[in-house]
Design a protein around this ligand. Structure first.
Ligand SMILES: [Zn+2]
Length: 302
């Protein structure tokens, strides 16, 4: 038997990683569904640590009809699944940490055996605020970027996949920087003496305020990593203090904005680029998939 790639069956992103065989499940009775497919013989599925998770709610994947499975006398710990079936079931999270589902064919000519990681997670909260930049030459982009609606779509990307809550701290702010910070804004560019654009923005925001959050998001007119660069839509500077995220006005649509902001927040929460999903380095991919190793960075095991 095997655990099927449920995204191919039309599930939405919820912390399942088909590439590594992994499912994030929220602790304290959070629930995630999986789909098992059995071969020509009965399949046996076992939760290794019943204090971390249990399984139940077995039904036929195609019809949703409840399925009688023999649960082997150990409530939610193990089940015997009928042959030649696709069975949907629920994993319920209990206490945080890792456990495994092990599964195997009972008999058959080529019995398969495997294991699947279940990572049970507490809620992890990160605080941030939005600050609209302006300088003596340029006004802010308020009204041209509407972060609230965008964040309504960004939050579930982190919550459903990693049990991470992004908590907005206070109201949206305006940060007026008393120096020409350029168009595009290049954070490493010097504005005066040793002070660079990023320093000037942090100073105008206030250290006390930045100390209260995990990262700050600055909607702005245009941003680039280097002078003379082009094409950057968002940029995150994560240099040891609170990461700062710059998001520029985009010509593109709403979904593209959601992806770009979620990608940059991924950087602010210490994710690196990846060859698939949310952290793909260009916007050639607009998938918001977060992989198992990334989930473990966003919301580390206790
Ligand atoms: Zn990036």
């Amino acid at each position: 038997m095997e655990i099927m790639d449920k995204y191919k069956l039309g599930f939405s992103l919820d912390g399942f990683d088909p590439f590594t065989g992994y499912q994030m499940v929220p602790a304290h009775n959070g629930a995630r569904d999986l789909v098992a497919k059995t071969d020509d013989v009965t399949g046996l599925i076992v939760v290794n640590d019943a204090n971390k998770a249990r399984i139940g709610n077995f039904r036929a994947q195609s019809t949703g009809a409840p399925l009688q499975v023999s649960d082997l006398g150990s409530l939610g710990r193990a089940a015997r699944l009928p042959p030649r079936s696709e069975i949907r079931f629920t994993v319920f999270g209990s206490s945080p940490g890792f456990t495994f589902l092990t599964f195997k064919d009972e008999g058959g000519s080529l019995p398969t055996e495997g294991s699947f990681t279940i990572s049970v997670k507490e809620v992890k909260r990160y605080k941030f605020f939005f600050a609209f930049l302006s300088d003596p030459l340029r006004k802010d982009v308020r009204g041209r970027i509407e972060p609230r609606f965008i964040m309504d779509k960004v939050r579930p990307i982190f919550e459903k996949q990693a049990n991470v809550e992004l908590e907005e701290f206070g109201h949206m702010r305006d940060v007026m920087v008393p120096h020409d910070i350029g168009n595009p804004i290049v954070p490493s560019k010097k504005v005066r003496g040793n002070m660079d654009v990023e320093d000037a923005i942090r100073f105008a925001t206030g250290k006390e305020l930045l100390d209260l959050v995990d990262f700050a998001v600055y909607p702005c007119w245009s941003v680039e990593r280097n002078s003379g660069g082009s094409g950057t839509l968002g940029l995150t500077i994560d240099d040891g203090t609170q990461p700062v995220v710059f998001i520029e006005l985009l010509a593109g649509g709403f979904d593209r904005y959601v992806h770009v902001i979620a990608h940059e927040i991924g950087h602010a929460l210490h994710l690196h680029h990846s060859n698939r999903g949310l952290m793909f380095p260009t916007d050639a991919s607009t998938s918001n998939f977060v992989a198992a190793d990334e989930i473990e960075v966003l919301n580390p095991a206790p």
